[in-house]
Design a protein around this ligand. Structure first.
Ligand code: PMP
Ligand code: GLU
Length: 384
């Protein structure tokens, strides 16, 4: 059969982060010991109280479909969490619960972006934004922050030039994947100014909000004057609560956005998994200590890895959040990453996958021993 594939799938490539992590798993299946610093996934198990809540929910028969938008208890708990972030204008009616933050983003792109609409990304940008924009028919304009060591406040002039009345959607992700940058108030005010001036919808992807270091705080974009009605706030449970495989996320937005996205949602996934939603309520209400413990562990690893890399003369801007860093590795970052996995058996993701050649993304959600091992192997292969 000669399939005539739809243009929209021909326009995109598979997720680079997942492809490299699959490659690492395949090598491991052949018996190779790979230090996998590719996929962005906490190496911790989900906290026990969350697992217990899921078991209780299963025993209580929470196994059927739920209301499409998500169970009211979870939407209430999410609205409370968001109020704690200064977003007190969201009620449960503004919240859509989805199977993972990725699905939430996908629904929002499908809802906002039409064929030919311009989507502005801040590079380096997480791999799936580009694909989601293209799947929706959008065209991309990219603003480079790498030349400013990932400091958005220094890139505001470029952002101001890039965003015009033709721009439909701007995506902001702080703390950022892949750089770990946490955007300052000045930077976010700059975003607000261009968004308001050109009447642009903004996705604020706050999935790493709970993971910041040295007292840095990732302010929610929706708290800035003028942003409430134009911001879609995105978050999920994967990163803060080590729940990647549970697939639970959400977005909060003005009700008309939720209503329109609800069509994509109900016709694609129907609802998020019932007992997982109950576990989500427990996560939000009773898991603060575990979140702090994981964050402290990430902070120690970050400090250690920065020191190790800098001792080898590697240039790496200090991340203030998430669990990624983005060292400058080689002009041909793809070749560097290829050699890193093939020869040193260390899996990383090339910066070009995020729109920033010359860098590699390292996820330090791994033990200190494995991080030391990774640096030693890269050094042995002459890659540092
Ligand atoms: N946004 C960013 C920036 C991410 O890195 C991820 C990780 N996959 C997501 C959204 C979505 O995560 P999930 O689907 O696991 O909630
Ligand atoms: N967000 C993580 C990453 O960037 C998970 C993989 C993915 O969904 O891309 O590695």
């Amino acid at each position: 059969m000669n399939f005539d594939f739809a243009d929209r799938v021909e326009r995109v490539s598979p997720s680079a982060t997942l492809a490299i992590s699959n490659k690492a798993s395949a090598l491991e299946a052949e018996g190779v010991d790979v230090v996998d610093l590719s996929v962005g996934e906490p190496d911790f198990d989900t906290p026990q109280n969350i697992k217990d809540a899921a078991e209780r929910a299963l025993e209580d028969g929470k196994t059927g479909y739920t209301t499409s938008q998500g169970i009211p208890q979870l939407r209430e708990a999410i609205a409370d969490k968001l109020a704690g972030d200064g977003l007190d204008f969201y009620g449960p009616e503004n919240v859509m619960v989805t199977p993972g933050g990725k699905q939430a983003l996908y629904e929002v792109f499908q809802t906002i972006v039409d064929d030919g609409d311009e989507v502005v990304l801040l590079d380096p940008a997480w791999v799936s934004y580009e694909a989601m924009a293209k799947l929706a028919g959008g065209r991309l304009t990219r603003v480079d922050t790498a030349q400013y060591d990932f400091r958005l406040e220094d890139a505001l002039g470029d952002l101001t030039d890039a965003v015009t009345d033709d721009t439909e959607l701007l995506v902001v992700n702080s703390p950022a994947n892949p750089t770990g940058a946490v955007y300052s108030e000045t930077a976010l005010e700059g975003v607000r100014d261009v968004a308001v001036k050109h009447d642009v919808t903004v996705i604020s992807d706050e999935i790493y909000k709970e993971i910041t270091y040295d007292g840095a705080a990732a302010t929610s974009l929706g708290t800035f004057a003028g942003m409430q009605d134009r911001t879609v706030t995105l978050n999920g449970f994967s990163k803060a609560y080590a729940m990647t495989g549970w697939r639970l996320g959400y977005f909060a937005a003005p009700e008309e956005v939720v209503d329109q996205a609800g069509k994509v949602h109900s016709h694609s996934v129907s609802c998020a998994v019932n007992f997982v939603q109950h576990a989500g309520v427990e996560a939000l209400e009773n898991t603060d200590d575990a979140v702090v413990e994981m964050r402290d562990a990430f902070a120690e690893r970050r400090d250690m890895l920065i020191d190790l890399l800098r001792n080898h003369g590697v240039t790496v801007p200090e991340p203030q959040g998430a669990f990624y860093m983005m060292p400058a590795v080689a002009d041909d970052d793809q070749a560097w990453c290829e050699q890193a996995i093939e020869d040193a058996h260390v899996a990383t993701v090339p910066g070009s996958a995020f729109g920033s050649p010359g860098y590699a993304r390292i996820s330090y959600a791994n033990s200190k021993d494995r991080l030391r091992e990774a640096v030693a192997r890269l050094d042995d292969e002459g890659l540092l």
